[in-house]
Write a protein that binds this ligand. Structure first.
Ligand code: G3H
Length: 529
């Protein structure tokens, strides 16, 4: 292999994966139609060339409507086996699934690295975090069930209140967390008794292949349907039927808006959305600079800045801006770039072929309007990467200030008065999180009080992040609809529904018999162990 780059043997692509199966109505069907080739921007040879990883089906309206039909039939107007199943039995199916999933770790991690360029430790973390999320979801659902295993009585009316499914859920995940974020939608949607149609993101599609069989064999037919193809071709026609009850999407607000608009019955459609953000870091004059720089480094550049929670604009008090820029630049330029399996690698190839050119446009625009690239390596081009540029001073007329860059470029804005970042955040279309760096509690207290009303998580001397997954993940304005956490997601994908009966002899006798005979799966006071 004279012209090969060094790739550990366990990570080499020996033969491309031509994915031809899709899951509809409980069957893994063979696809014989058009296919799309999947390339990695990582080269296998020293002369740069994208690597062919395999191919995936290019599905269209026909297959999309078949999958929808399967989900509608499995829900069967609320009478389906899945939505009426005992919680205990649904949990058993999920336990089955996760046990099978765990056996696929190596295959999925390898594909995560090749398909989206995520480093080995981060790919492993994405897989493990997802498995943990599923186990935590099961535990939380048990507790939810235990809390509902009772009757209450108010004003002479007994009530047995539970959370029931919403119906058919269309799940669409993002390419930066093609496993974790997609499953953080899909798993709670399934376990709460909904039936689902799932289409993987534009990158990170092949990594679903090793899991198809686990989905097929763990759930009743029609509960999980998996399609491949472009969102427009597949998701659009499904929405247009008006038969979707929940649109669950982590991605871009433009796609979310377009899909919602296609649904003819807006009150039927519920939304669970995680959308863009432009999370700011605010570095106050008294901040511990070592700590602020460390956290800003992780916040702006983990996975090359391709995270919805990434710090996408850094406000620094003018009195410390020079020092901040100097030290921050050194740290950014000392990061290691390489392939995902390289030891100690922090920056990795960008999976979108056009991304470096887009980042370059943002740099050029900022430079034209008066910013400078502060760090030596900033903007250096590689075959599949552009070195993160720290841009300063950034002003509001620059594209990099306005657009969610979702990649390696760091706008630094200086401020004199704290009202400047606060006003900008209030004006912004986004409201997910903020990182606040400082020490003086008299300055921090009023800021925390105001910021908590502008975003949904104030990170004190810490970078922004979604995890730990037990914490609420949400946002204001264009950043999110509904809340996701292990606990909240179970609520977002269900609705409170109950059986009520006036306190009289006949009703009480019926309730007692229902409990005794266990004929109803809904009415149950069993304690789930
Ligand atoms: O892309 C957005 C993710 O929710 C970020 O999750 O903060 O754990 O990387 P993370």
């Amino acid at each position: 292999m004279s012209d090969s780059v060094t790739i550990p043997s366990e990570f080499q692509i020996n033969s491309p994966l031509h994915q031809r199966k899709y899951l509809v109505k409980g069957e893994l069907k063979e696809w014989t139609g058009k296919v799309t080739e999947v390339y990695s921007t990582i080269s296998s040879t020293s002369d740069y060339a994208p690597t062919l990883l395999g191919s995936i089906p290019t599905m269209g309206e026909g297959e999309a409507l078949d999958a929808l039909d399967a989900a509608v039939v499995a829900y069967n107007k609320g009478q389906g086996a899945w939505p009426t199943m005992r919680v205990k039995d649904r949990i058993e199916c999920m336990e089955n699934f996760v046990a099978k999933m765990e056996t696929k770790r190596d295959e999925v991690v390898k594909l995560l690295m090749w398909e989206i360029g995520k480093s080995l430790p981060d790919s492993q973390k994405e897989f493990d975090r997802t498995v943990e999320y599923i186990y935590d979801t099961i535990e939380d659902y048990k507790q939810l069930d235990r809390d509902s295993a009772k009757f209450e009585k108010n004003a002479g009316v007994y009530a047995h209140i539970r959370r029931g499914p919403l119906g058919v859920v269309l799940c669409l995940g993002p390419y930066n967390y093609p496993l974790n974020e997609t499953f953080a939608l899909l798993i709670p949607a399934i376990i709460m008794g909904n039936t689902t149609i799932f289409k993987p993101a534009k990158h990170g599609v092949l990594l679903i292949t090793p899991l198809l069989e686990a989905f097929q064999s763990s759930f009743p037919k029609g509960v999980v349907n998996i399609l491949f193809g472009r969102g427009r071709a597949v998701a659009g026609p499904i929405m247009a039927t008006g038969k979707v009850d929940v649109l669950a999407l982590i991605g871009n607000s433009k796609s979310a808006n377009a899909l919602q608009e296609q649904h003819p019955k807006s009150n039927r459609l519920r939304l669970v959305l995680g959308l863009e953000a432009k999370n700011p870091a605010i570095v106050l004059a008294d901040a511990n600079l070592d700590l602020a720089i460390e956290e800003c480094l992780a916040g702006t550049l983990s996975f090359n800045g391709q995270r919805c929670t990434a710090l996408k604009v850094v406000y620094v008090h003018e009195s410390i801006a020079e020092e901040f820029n100097k030290r921050f630049s050194k740290r950014v330029d000392a990061l290691k770039f390489g392939n995902p399996w390289d030891d100690g690698v922090k920056l990795t190839p960008l999976p979108e072929p056009g991304k470096s050119a887009y980042i370059q446009e943002l740099i050029d625009d900022a430079k034209e309007k008066g910013a400078m690239v502060v760090n030596k390596k900033g903007g250096t081009h590689f075959d599949n990467f552009i070195w993160p540029a720290i841009l300063h001073p950034v002003s509001k007329d620059m594209r990099v200030y306005e657009e969610e860059q979702f990649g390696p470029v760091i706008p630094v804005v200086t401020f004199k008065d704290i009202e400047e970042p606060l006003d900008n955040m209030a004006e912004s279309n986004y409201g997910q999180q903020v990182s606040l760096f400082g020490k003086d509690v008299y300055a921090l207290a009023p800021l925390i009080d105001a910021l908590a009303n502008l975003v949904c998580r104030v990170n004190l001397n810490s970078s922004c992040q979604r995890g730990p997954d037990v914490y609420p993940f949400t946002g204001r304005k264009d950043s999110a609809v509904a809340t996701l956490s292990v606990h909240d997601a179970l609520r977002s994908f269900s609705i409170r529904t109950f059986v009520a009966s006036k306190d009289n002899e006949l009703n009480n006798e019926i309730l007692e018999k229902l409990l005794e005979t266990k004929l109803s799966n809904f009415i149950s006071t069993d304690y789930l162990l």
